[in-house]
Design a protein around this ligand. Structure first.
Ligand code: TXA
Ligand code: MG
Length: 325
């Protein structure tokens, strides 16, 4: 960890573990260091970064919470920080424009992972860190996945083991609408809509409301190199002559309609144990990478229920299929 802090102090970038996915970190208050993140990831400059804090009281360094939202923000941070909830709030002057792609808001969270938190504490500044993958590709959930993505392009990966959540943080913009607080859901994630509803109205961002759009959420994302196909119902899958297919199954069960439909070259099961969605989320990106490397012509993914955490899993599958909605 000390080496990572030294590298960040010197204006470099390093890959660090978080509980969601590995992040590519730089000192958020050093614009030149942040520019390196965009360069290494081949990330377009219009896609802003998430800023990671060491503790909740550091929020004032990066965000100005409007008076009418202070109560809500306090409740949310108390309940979900440290953890996989990112809040979008008006930014302070201290946050360089390159971090927010010129937006007046900043996306901020505190990771549950002691490495990310510890490094931020030692550095003394917030850490800007997007997922440690080449732009548009699958987020890495292990140190070896980071090396597969960015090996040779970065000086250091801190190996913190496999990520406990496996899917990126939930992003909400905290805002006022019609005189009441609202949480605009910019990216579904481990903290679910159902969890958030207890605190405020949760809604889809309105079109044309520029300040709440999540620019990086619009296009195809999390994409394997191999085409990923998603169907409404299993019968819609018609294999092409001479092509090989891999199946990404939810539980590996016949009754879901995919397992016995075709002679799959490879089958990977997201939730082979408990059948729970959290297990599927943890394994999703790892299995997408595996299927991508298996040499099949296309991957067919079973759709999952969109209740609770399933909403985040389906969101990633849709984006991997390039049919972002
Ligand atoms: O779990 C996570 O959030 C991981 C770990 C490393 O913390 N990070 C992550 O970062 O997923 P990234 O850069 O891959 O995704 C951040 C998303 C982007 O889609 C970006 O557009 C959005 O956050 N975002 C950042 N700042 C924003 C802002 N001010 N307003 C709206 N969206 C913003
Ligand atoms: Mg990302």
């Amino acid at each position: 960890m000390a080496v990572a802090v030294e590298e960040l102090k010197a204006g470099g970038v390093v890959a660090l573990p978080t509980e969601t996915v590995y992040g590519l970190a730089a000192d958020a208050f050093n614009a030149e260091a942040v520019a390196k993140i965009f360069e290494v990831k081949k990330r377009p400059s219009f896609d802003p970064l998430i800023v990671h804090l060491a503790r909740a009281k550091d929020l004032a360094k990066v965000a100005v919470v409007p008076e009418e939202l202070q109560d809500l923000v306090k409740k949310l941070t108390k309940e979900f920080w440290p953890g996989p909830l990112t809040l979008v709030l008006p930014k302070t002057e201290a946050v360089p424009d390159i971090v927010t792609s010129g937006l007046p808001t900043v996306a901020v969270r505190i990771s549950k992972h002691e490495v990310m938190r510890g490094v931020a504490k030692e550095l003394g500044n917030p850490i800007a860190a997007p997922s440690a993958n080449i732009f548009g590709r699958i987020s890495p959930t292990s140190a070896s996945a980071v090396l597969a993505e960015l090996g040779g392009r970065i000086p250091l990966v801190v190996d913190g083991g496999a990520c406990g959540e496996g899917i990126e943080s939930t992003i909400v913009a905290v805002d006022m609408d019609g005189g009441k607080p609202v949480l605009w859901m910019l990216r579904p994630g481990p903290v679910t809509r159902e969890d958030l509803r207890k605190f405020a109205r949760v809604a889809k961002p309105k079109e044309g409301k520029g300040q709440v759009a999540a620019p990086g959420q619009l296009e195809s994302h999390y994409a394997p190199r191999t085409p990923l196909l998603l169907f409404e119902k299993p019968e819609d899958f018609v294999p092409e002559e001479g092509k090989t297919y891999g199946l990404l199954s939810y539980r590996g069960e016949e009754k879901d309609g995919y397992v016995g439909r075709h002679e799959w070259a490879v089958t990977e099961i997201m939730s082979p144990g408990s059948g729970k969605m959290s297990e599927a989320a943890v394994r999703l990106f790892h299995l997408l990478r595996k299927l991508d490397e298996s040499g099949v012509d296309a991957i067919v993914a079973e759709p999952v229920s969109t209740a609770r955490l399933g909403a985040a899993v389906m969101d990633r599958l849709r984006k991997a299929a390039g049919s972002a909605s």
